[in-house]
Design a protein around this ligand. Sequence first.
Ligand SMILES: Nc1nc2c(c(=O)[nH]1)N(C=O)[C@@H](CNc1ccc(C(=O)N[C@@H](CCC(=O)O)C(=O)O)cc1)CN2
Ligand SMILES: Nc1nc2c(ncn2[C@@H]2O[C@H](COP(=O)(O)OP(=O)(O)OP(=O)(O)O)[C@@H](O)[C@H]2O)c(=O)[nH]1
Ligand SMILES: [Mg+2]
Length: 453
Amino acid sequence: MVSDTIAAVATPAGTGGVAVIRISGANAKDVLQRVFPRDDYVPGQMYYGSIKKDGQLLDMVLAVFFRAPRSYTGEDTAELHCHGSAVGVENILRYVMECGARPAQPGEFTRRAFLNGKMDLSQAEAVCDFISASSQAGAKASLGQLTGRLRERVVEFQDVLTDALAQVEAAVEYPEEDLETEITQDIRPVLVRLKKDIAHLADTFASGQIAKEGLYVAIAGKPNVGKSSLLNALTNMDRAIVADIPGTTRDTIEQSFTVEGIRINLTDTAGIRRTNDFIEKQGVERSEKAINESKLVIFMLDAGLEITEEDQFVFKTLKNSQVDVIVVLNKLDASERLSEEAVKMEFGDVHPVRISAKTGLGIDELKKRIVDYAHMDQTAQEGILITNERHRHALDRAAEQMGDALDALDAGMDMDCVTIDLNGAWTSLGEITGKTVSEEIIDRIFTKFCLGK
Ligand SMILES: Nc1nc2c(c(=O)[nH]1)N(C=O)[C@@H](CNc1ccc(C(=O)N[C@@H](CCC(=O)O)C(=O)O)cc1)CN2
Ligand SMILES: Nc1nc2c(ncn2[C@@H]2O[C@H](COP(=O)(O)OP(=O)(O)OP(=O)(O)O)[C@@H](O)[C@H]2O)c(=O)[nH]1
Ligand SMILES: [Mg+2]
């Protein structure tokens, strides 16, 4: 494959300790030779020296050359490790372009790595996810994929399919030998098992989403129960205005924090109640929207008050939106008029967390309850978590096609039908590794990358 030579700054824009310029393509060595002349470069060895243009010093740098295919992209690649000066880097990059490279497009280095077989599509996507990970859990999930664990699993699935297909094809080819019954008996359990494994992997998407994006949690309750105080206590910030006036919070307030490496995206909402106030009404609508967009809602009650119609109104809203709920009894530092029994009588078999947003009592326990919830649907197999909608879709589709194949088998349909479904499942799986995706999809994936990657 002939490819032109691309270059870009691989490190973030601006001032830094060191900035790296990366050059990749058939002419990478020529370009390097011109900006950083040497007799030869031992691949992988770093050399210290100057970059001079028309006798004028641009920077003192470290340079390294990697020979194809032993590089990140699989092409000849050179790197210039410059001082992290915005002006200096600009000068060197311009010089590199003048010496025969052209600016790389976003994701173009990794795209070349993919096209040269250095990694599959799931690994390339994981590179992007790892860079933008905002929590330990997200970093861990993407790093697992980056090292090829998802690819290996998918290839395992495909190998099973390939074997099954070979057997089915034997039955098609020698119909007179009545192999069909025998083969059906042989492969049926294998296919059932495979379908289950594929579906199981797809199911890790719920946990994968939490790892990647964080868990979306809203705080809901009638006005003045202490929702904003709880947002401040959980995030350890003075983020939301707190006042002893019902209806203080008008708009939703979002703030993220992490517990045990899991990102929690918390939304404080306006107290929900029936109101004729125009602004408050819109606040309530936004609260309902925030609740619908959350997986988990902290339903807050004031322990100093009996349950009121307003509390029941909030609870009804939560029931309607079918979110999971943690009930919290707040203001326990002040008084306790509301008993746990009364709460259970009203709202069912909940285990309220007893807190004081003011003193911090019970906040750690509440955090633990939230983290336990995040771990609840942990169905990870061998630590692989699906974090990408595209991958989940492909797995769902493959599981569906496996189901179709089994139905065809059980209905005693023509073996050709089984072959079509199994081939379909194989193709769906191939979308994850990139074996069976269109150019457009590959384009779409790589243009989302950052420049220099
Ligand atoms: N300076 C620098 N640091 C970096 C990168 C880079 O491109 N440059 N990477 C970019 O993302 C990551 C490391 N990824 C890399 C992956 C493969 C190869 C590579 O040269 N592979 C060859 C040879 C392996 C070997 O010598 O054992 C190969 O696969 O054949 C280099 C970097 C993170 N750190
Ligand atoms: N004693 C005590 N007071 C609290 C506690 N939490 C909140 N408060 C007080 O209750 C009042 C209302 O608190 P907020 O946090 O503004 O309540 P809110 O639910 O956000 O109210 P709205 O935004 O109006 O819906 C304030 O005066 C807080 O100081 C608590 O744990 N104990
Ligand atoms: Mg508030």
